[in-house]
Design a protein. Structure first.
Length: 347
């Protein structure tokens, strides 16, 4: 696994919009302020041509324009890291306009984003053997004040922090809107981590897992599955001695769709050499359909692997989220209700 160089104190941050841009409120004001914050921290900034674009369908511009922007921003040496402007809906369509051979040959660079950005964070790791960061998009750095999760993501890019803990509270309903574009996370709900083994919930026992992190948003992952971009079995085989710890979360999927997604990944051989699962709170948190809840949607089908399945992790669309290094070799532990992720390799 290749790790990019860390962002230097006076390093340059690039912004790209391979999914949605920051053309409307509250995203525009949040992004503008994020730039002010980064400049105050001593960074130079480079903006891609689509950062404020709004002419695409589910993304900032045409698939070709978005693909070209991302490829050029990644391969050019002007920026040290790239932070995505935001998530969206159809970033998958830009992939045909990215030359992954060029990406693979370029100097590795940290790429940060989540949700629809799975289309690049995941492929950067599985196709190019380059670690990426599944974490907050650009506008989140405009909140005032920063939540500890935002500072964690920044410190990870700087290489100042490689050990991360879950957070005490999570956001059920956000306050960020057109009139309050810089509102911080509205964390009100206590974080309660549950874990399962063989389909049964475990209570009180600590758990430890070691392996290489891989994952992202299931909505995007099942869309990639079975395409020419799906090299997961090869990747899992290459790192079979480390084993894979899957981190998964979902946006638009209801509990039935989550279960279908897990079934599909399982039968595609994605879970070979698995050491454990980290499952984020889904956006449909608390939903139950025909007796199926978010826990049975996942754990029933994963029981046969006889590995820990840790649920309601700080990951994904119900913030805050622990920055996940996709491709990173990590020690994962859960003790006294606290999740800890410590990366074993230097970056």
């Amino acid at each position: 696994m290749r790790y990019p160089e860390n962002l230097k104190k006076n390093g340059t941050i690039g912004f790209a919009a391979p999914s949605m841009g920051c053309a409307t409120e509250p995203y525009r004001s949040a992004f503008d302020h994020a730039q002010e914050v980064f400049r105050s921290l001593g960074h130079s900034l480079v903006l891609g041509p689509n950062c404020y674009a709004d002419s695409g369908i589910g993304i900032s511009n045409s698939p070709k324009a978005c693909g070209q922007e991302l490829e050029e921003m990644y391969c050019r040496r002007e920026s040290d890291v790239i932070i995505s402007c935001g998530g969206g809906e159809l970033m998958c369509e830009i992939l045909d306009f990215i030359d992954f051979d060029k990406i693979r040959a370029a100097r590795p660079k940290w790429y940060l984003g989540y949700s629809d950005n799975t289309n690049f964070t995941f492929l950067l790791t599985t196709l190019c053997d380059v670690a990426s960061v599944y974490g907050p998009c650009a506008g989140a750095f405009g909140m005032e004040p920063w939540h500890p999760a935002i500072r964690d993501a920044y410190q990870l890019l700087l290489g100042e922090k490689r050990n991360f803990q879950g957070y005490d509270l999570w956001e059920k309903e956000g306050l960020k809107d057109e009139e309050h574009p810089l509102a911080p996370y509205h964390v009100t709900e206590p974080s309660v981590i549950r874990w399962f083994l063989d389909g049964k919930e475990q209570t009180g026992q600590p758990v430890q897992i070691q392996g290489r992190l891989l994952g992202g948003c299931m909505d995007c992952l099942v869309n990639l599955l079975g395409t020419s971009y799906d090299q997961v079995p090869r990747f899992a085989q290459k790192y079979q001695e480390d084993g894979i710890v899957w981190f998964l979360e979902s946006c638009d999927l209801n509990v039935m769709a989550i279960r279908r997604a897990v079934w599909q990944m399982k039968h595609a051989g994605w879970f070979s050499h698995v050491k454990g699962f980290l499952i984020g709170r889904p956006l449909c948190h608390g939903q139950e359909i025909m007796g199926l809840d978010q826990y049975h949607a996942v754990c029933d089908l994963l029981a046969e692997y006889q590995v820990p399945v840790i649920m309601d992790v700080d990951l994904g669309h119900l913030p805050p989220m622990i920055p996940m290094v996709c491709g990173g070799l990590a020690d994962v532990s859960l003790e006294n209700g606290k999740l800890n992720i410590a990366y074993r390799e230097t970056f």
